[in-house]
Design a protein around this ligand. Structure first.
Ligand SMILES: [Zn+2]
Ligand SMILES: [Zn+2]
Length: 173
């Protein structure tokens, strides 16, 4: 598998029973298969080898959208990791894997004490910004429906499943 950011060949690295793929000697990024990132995104979880990956300072990611290193022909989505809007990550809509550039894992781990904290912050954000406008919308008004749909898609990465279109207690949108 090659690095989606600098094309260097990725090296497997096993850590606590999980094997991730690192761009060791390239840009220093890390590829996490679906749900593997969950094992390393909290500060209490051991991730030291992932935080000190040897990198070539000249292999700087160019900022372009990356193709998934695991799927063929799928461009990854770039979105914020949490509703703090600090770290942007790449997620593959096909396989659910995550690509983190050098330094992004460290930044993610510094944002919240635990995944629960992150979830609480996301929910507070959503309640402030989405729940009341959505709940007060007239569900028969097409424009409001379209707006609700767009908002929920925009924040899909932060949404608990109840917010995914089709799963609302008050009906689909
Ligand atoms: Zn790389
Ligand atoms: Zn993929």
């Amino acid at each position: 598998m090659n690095c989606p950011a600098c094309s260097h060949s990725l090296k497997p690295l096993s850590l606590g029973g999980v094997t991730v793929d690192v761009c060791d000697g390239g840009c220093g990024g890390v590829w996490f298969d679906k749900r593997e990132l969950d094992a390393f995104d909290e500060p209490s979880e051991f991730a030291d080898p992932l935080l000190g990956i040897h990198r070539d300072p000249s292999a700087v990611p160019d900022g372009a959208r990356h193709h998934c290193p695991s799927c063929t022909g799928i461009v990854m989505m770039r979105h914020f990791f949490s509703t703090r809007f600090e770290v942007e990550v790449d997620e593959c809509p096909g396989c659910g894997g995550f690509w983190l550039d050098h330094g992004e894992l460290e930044h993610i781990r510094a944002q919240f004490d635990s995944a629960d904290d992150r979830q609480r912050a996301n929910e507070a954000f959503l309640a402030r910004n989405l729940a009341s406008p959505l709940a007060s919308m007239d569900r028969d008004v097409q424009d409001d429906m379209r707006r609700a749909h767009r908002l929920s898609r925009l924040f899909r990465w932060a949404c608990p499943s109840a917010w995914i279109p089709g799963k609302q207690p008050w009906g689909n949108f």
